[in-house]
Design a protein around this ligand. Structure first.
Ligand code: NAD
Length: 735
């Protein structure tokens, strides 16, 4: 056997130890050459009478990170370029089903095969482990196991949907796979994704022991009389499972995700037949999903672009990486406290400064509270809490900021206070310290105007809640230097979040686009569209919440404040928005500020769910019956207005990279993830059709839908954003 990625040794007892160790890679991945090897290994196991059993393990830290996604996109491209001609489709089917066939060959080799997992096994890597007869993992608490494919628009395609459903039952397997949950070691053991956990040094010995005790191992589903846990679809419990799963699927996805729909179908149809037929059903569904634009766009944005941005795609070349050690945070309120928490949790030291020590300590207590909650959930230890807290120094003294590599200001959104704070900080900071503002509305260039070192000044815009939101928007002011940008990017990478880089302007990128979604909701109210209809259609269109609920979250008085500031700045050029008077009345007359005072477009009772505020009707023209409106048009309006604003940001140079637009759109404001982001949405509709939609909406609803010059030009030339503005890619090396 001539293996490129594995070593294969058989001992005196006839037990083969197969060690996966892809040359030149830090992680094992499944590509063509790994599949060639696995195929040869399966053949050998089946045919070599001297072999009694095998241990499949890895020399890397983890077992396997899954399929090489570029291999999958390559197959997708093959079909889109060949225009779905039968030959290309067949090639695609054979390509995507190969791993499934190889795993089946291992599973049916007739000898017991144990997956001895030194660490993480996810996606295709976990599917290989599932095809083995037993799964033993090393005691590595951070290691993760499971099938995350659903998260990037796919379904597990190498037997995962079939084996997991037969192992755990349809209900549990669907819950894990639809959400793409990949629990850490102890969670995985509890969920029975792995069979046993042993100390790392015992891994191979335990695997051996199992082989010797189970000489004739076959998968449970290959043994006569096998019963599916929880019953097959046509059983009383099966009927209940699938009826509920279908309802949950609809509620969570509004059927916008072809990958998840196929996943449900694969499990349902697959459990009606034998495993071999089931694997073919799964492979066909997988190939079908791979051909959808949704899968292509989601893989591109949520896998490649996110990874590229996370790995410094926007980092200025030529600035040396500096290891960040000490970060200053001024303002220990909602945002500052969260920033201190994520900083310290990432192993960096944080100085958390406020006007007085009491306020600073209160900010630090936020971290203590958050980790205590995690301890109660069994997700952290008190030792970890103490270590993180020891890295946060609460202070009211600017001199404590000395020696910081980066200082982030998160005081009140008030220009005078921010100016005073930056001057006091600069007085103690060294020349090399980078200074960032977390402002949500004030242009960075204007804040940097009073700075002695404007080249060191940058915007680092976090989202709330800081711990949960994965996106950070970095804003380049007119004078921001490369070192400041690089430091901001290095910091975001150190805390494990995804950065996008945008140019300075009113609302930057994310706030500006989100504003259009919210305003469109207001405009609909003024047209007499029932509020519930607007909210439901927002979610059905793919947004995480309706525009009115979102306005409540970001605060209605903030929306009013921003409108007034825009009006003041633009003067007579301010075009006005249909909901301006409504905002005024909500805040000024009725004190409805949003979720924060439990009174917004919704009422927020102390106990129970929010409900639409009945008083809203009095502020609006008479509500018309839902039948008077075209639901499809409302859905389109809510997405088109955001995509159009994103295209304008691109045209204005606020966005300079399509990846920032799409990753920021999904992670920042939840733009219909199935589309791959606002620019991918335009590409998916087609620029020609998108411009036509804009024009039709412009005629009916006004100039805010006027397509921009760039869009019109692209439509005329038949261009797409990813065609014309494809970012210069680093070599797409494997995940
Ligand atoms: P907050 O009111 O919760 O906290 C502000 C903190 O700054 C308070 O602890 C206050 O005591 C402190 N502070 C005020 N003046 C100070 C001074 N002179 N010196 C030191 N500390 C001072 O506000 P927040 O929601 O955390 O917002 C902070 C900044 O982050 C604002 O610029 C805001 O626009 C921005 N922001 C907020 C959000 C959000 O969702 N809340 C999101 C992104 C950005």
């Amino acid at each position: 056997m001539n293996l490129k990625n594995f070593s294969f040794e058989t001992d005196a007892d006839g037990i083969a130890t197969i060690i996966w160790d892809m040359p030149g890679k830090t992680t094992n991945l499944i590509d063509e050459s790994a599949m060639d090897d696995l195929d040869a290994i399966a053949e050998r196991l089946a045919t070599d009478a001297g072999i009694r059993g095998a241990i499949l393990t890895s020399a890397k830290e983890g077992f396997c990170g899954g399929a090489d996604i570029s291999m999958l996109t390559g197959l997708n491209l093959l079909v889109s370029e060949a225009g779905r001609d039968p030959e290309a489709v067949e090639k695609l089917y054979n390509g995507v089903s190969r791993l499934s066939r190889v795993i089946r060959k291992i599973e049916t080799c007739g000898k017991p095969v144990v997956a001895a997992l030194p660490g993480t096994a996810v996606g295709g890597g976990y599917e290989i482990a599932l095809g083995c007869h037993h799964r033993i993992a090393a005691k590595v608490p951070r290691a993760r196991y499971g099938l995350p494919e659903g998260k990037i628009g796919l379904l597990p395609g190498a037997g995962g949907t079939q084996r997991l459903a037969r192992l755990l039952g349809a209900s549990e397997a669907l819950q894990l796979m639809l959400k793409g949950t990949i629990p850490k070691m102890s969670g995985a053991l509890g969920a029975r994704l792995i069979d046993k956990v042993v100390p790392k040094g015992r891994l191979l010995a335990e695997a051996r022991k199992w082989i010797l005790a189970n000489p004739g191992a076959a998968a449970p589903w290959d043994i006569k009389g096998f019963r599916i846990p929880g019953g097959p679809p046509y059983s009383k419990s099966g009927m209940m499972t699938f009826a509920a799963a279908n309802a949950i699927y609809r509620r969570e996805t509004y059927d916008n995700y072809p990958g998840l729909r196929a996943l449900m179908k694969a499990v349902y149809d697959g459990l009606l037949v034998d495993i071999d037929t089931a694997l073919r059903i799964e492979a066909r569904l997988f190939a079908h999903v791979l051909m959808t634009p949704e899968a292509r766009n989601m893989m591109r944005t949520l896998f490649f672009s996110m990874r590229e941005l996370g790995r410094g795609a926007r980092r200025p070349a030529g600035v040396k990486t500096k290891k960040l050690r000490k970060i200053g945070i001024i303002g220990a309120g909602l945002m500052g406290a969260g920033i201190a928490h994520v900083t310290a949790a990432a192993g960096l030291r944080a100085v958390l400064l406020d006007r007085d020590l009491e306020a600073a300590e209160k900010g630090k207590a936020h971290t203590a509270k958050a980790i205590t909650k995690r301890i109660a959930q069994g997700r952290a230890t008190s030792k970890e809490r103490e270590a993180v807290l020891a890295r946060i120094h609460a202070s009211d003294t600017y001199a404590d900021l000395r020696g910081c590599d980066l200082v982030i200001e998160a005081v009140f959104e008030n220009r005078d206070i921010k100016t005073e704070v930056s001057a006091r900080a600069e007085a103690v900071l060294g020349r090399g310290t980078i200074y960032a503002s977390n402002t949500s509305t004030l242009p960075i260039t204007s804040l940097a105007a009073t700075s002695k070192r404007p080249e060191n000044f940058v915007g680092i815009h976090f989202f709330s809640p800081v711990e949960r939101m994965m996106l950070v928007e970095i804003i380049i002011g007119e004078q921001t230097g490369d070192t400041a940008l690089a430091t901001a990017l290095d910091f975001v990478s150190a805390i494990g979040k995804t950065p996008i880089v945008v140019q300075d302007s009113r609302g930057f990128y994310t706030s500006r686009v989100v504003g259009t979604y919210i305003s469109e909701g207001h405009a609909m109210l003024m047209e007499g569209v029932p509020a519930a209809m607007i909210e439901n259609l927002g979610r059905i269109a793919g947004m995480p919440m309706g525009p009115l609920a979102l306005n409540d979250e970001v605060a209605i008085d903030l929306a009013l404040k921003i409108t007034r500031a825009t009006k003041a700045d633009l003067g007579p050029a301010y075009p006005g928005a249909p909901g301006d008077a409504l905002l005024e009345a909500m805040v000024e007359t009725h004190g409805r500020l949003g979720h924060k005072n439990r009174k917004g477009f919704y009422d927020y009772p102390k106990i129970g769910k929010k409900t639409l505020w009945p008083g809203l009707a009095k502020l609006l023209p008479p509500v018309k019956p839902p039948e008077d409106f075209d639901a499809e048009e409302i859905k389109q309006r809510l997405l088109v207005i955001q995509a159009l604003e994103t295209a304008r940001c691109f045209e204005d140079g606020i966005l300079t990279d399509v990846r920032d637009a799409d990753v920021g759109g999904i992670l920042g404001f939840g733009f219909a993830p199935f589309s791959g982001g606002p620019l991918s949405y335009i590409d998916m509709v087609g620029t020609g059709d998108f411009v036509a939609r804009c024009k039709a909406l412009e005629t009916k609803f006004g100039p805010r839908f006027k397509p921009s010059a760039l869009l019109i030009e692209m439509a005329a030339r038949g261009e797409s954003f990813y065609g014309r503005f494809a970012p210069e890619k680093p070599a797409r090396e494997a995940a």
